[in-house]
Design a protein around this ligand. Sequence first.
Ligand code: HEM
Length: 219
Amino acid sequence: MAENVFSWLDERLGLKAIYDTILDRKVPKVNWWFTLGSASLFLGVMQGITGMLLSVYYVPTPDHAYDSITFIMTGVQFGWLIRGIHHWGASLLILTAFIHMLRVFFYGAYKYPREFTWITGVTLLICALGMGFTGYLLPWNQRSYWATTVGTEIAGTVPWLGDFLLRVLRGGSDLSALTLSRFFSLHIWIIPAIVLVIVGTHLYLVIRLGISNIPDKNS
Ligand code: HEM
């Protein structure tokens, strides 16, 4: 029965061809350093899932943000666990993506024909840092408030554009409800939408070009 359903779907959707292309690819002899891209992908998916769960209770307004986080930590079943995974996962993702980048660099895997894979990777790392920066404000506690005050002040020191950037980020000259809603919208809609497109391109290129070989000093 299951086999019939599968072959009915396969004939129409080409499932086996998709499986072969994505999961049954030929890879050269690699080592553990090559697992860090997939580790970053796994952590990114976990961030997405735990973030969606947090958004069920989180309220992005200065009056309720802090209390909604306290409620998640103390009143929601496993809320502490979901928030903990989201909190630590963010740092771990940046760590794995960074070491993944070092692996690609030291193995020369950014060279022809993988330059564009590298460019999409750099964009992903910038997006991950942007997710960390915007997420940090959301608990709306003293630490997040002052960290964002300093962070946006640093953006304000950019030559020529600084003042404009600071005002766009803060939604005015000071941190306010507008800053919180801007950061929330960047954190849950705008940056994730960009990430989806760029991760898709990154993985498409990994599949299209195949994984590079470990450099051989004799060749
Ligand atoms: C969230 C971030 C990222 C995810 C989810 C991701 C995912 C992946 C995956 C699954 C692979 C397959 C091979 C492997 O795992 O080593 C890969 C390869 C690659 N990645 Fe990333 N990556 C990310 C960030 C980056 C960054 C920051 C760079 C560089 C600036 C980068 C550049 C590359 C390149 C050039 C390859 C091809 C390597 C080869 O063929 O040996 N990636 N990526």
